[in-house]
Design a protein around this ligand. Structure first.
Ligand SMILES: Cc1cc2nc3c(=O)[nH]c(=O)nc-3n(C[C@H](O)[C@H](O)[C@H](O)COP(=O)(O)O)c2cc1C
Length: 137
């Protein structure tokens, strides 16, 4: 599941989803999890030093009875703070959250991180996702 304003995190989410044979789902203001999951990949971008409040609200609906394990991914101009904040928020919810995460540069304002996520970022996301799943089996 992912929150993406400009499509970068969506690309990584879709790469992760295809690697583990599930569908990537966008988070909006009404998103909740209707049934328990063994492993949630959750991702988002960073906007003015913070995760988006839509992503935050969604995480605040979760707890360990509905999410057994969580892994965070994200894209950014340069700052991994949103990833750290997501991990901390999930841990505060007492969800078993991997300390490893996946991050990629994401293009912003035409000139920053041009062409990212690129094919290498996409491939790296797929490898990361497969390794996470292997580590939990
Ligand atoms: C309004 C806005 C604010 C941003 N603020 C930050 C920031 O504070 N730190 C950073 O590293 N990147 C920042 N970025 C870059 C985004 O995090 C980056 O483009 C990311 O890939 C966006 O993800 P998305 O395409 O999935 O929405 C910002 C981008 C936008 C559009």
């Amino acid at each position: 599941m992912y929150y993406s304003r400009t499509g970068n995190t969506k690309k990584i989410a879709e790469a992760i989803a295809s690697a583990v044979n599930v569908k990537a789902e966008a988070i909006d203001n009404k998103t909740t999890l209707s049934e328990p999951v063994d492993l949630l990949f959750i991702g988002g971008g960073i906007y003015w030093w913070n995760m988006d409040k839509t992503a935050k609200r969604f995480i605040e609906t979760l707890d360990s009875s509905i999410v057994k394990n969580a892994v965070v991914f994200g894209t950014m101009g340069g700052l991994d703070k949103a990833i750290k904040d997501m991990i901390n928020l999930l841990k505060e919810r007492e969800i078993n959250t991997k300390t490893e995460s996946f991050s990629s540069k994401g293009k912003a304002w035409v000139f920053i991180n041009k062409n990212h996520p690129n094919i290498n970022d996409i491939e790296a996301a797929k490898v990361f996702a497969k390794n996470i799943v292997k580590s939990l089996i």
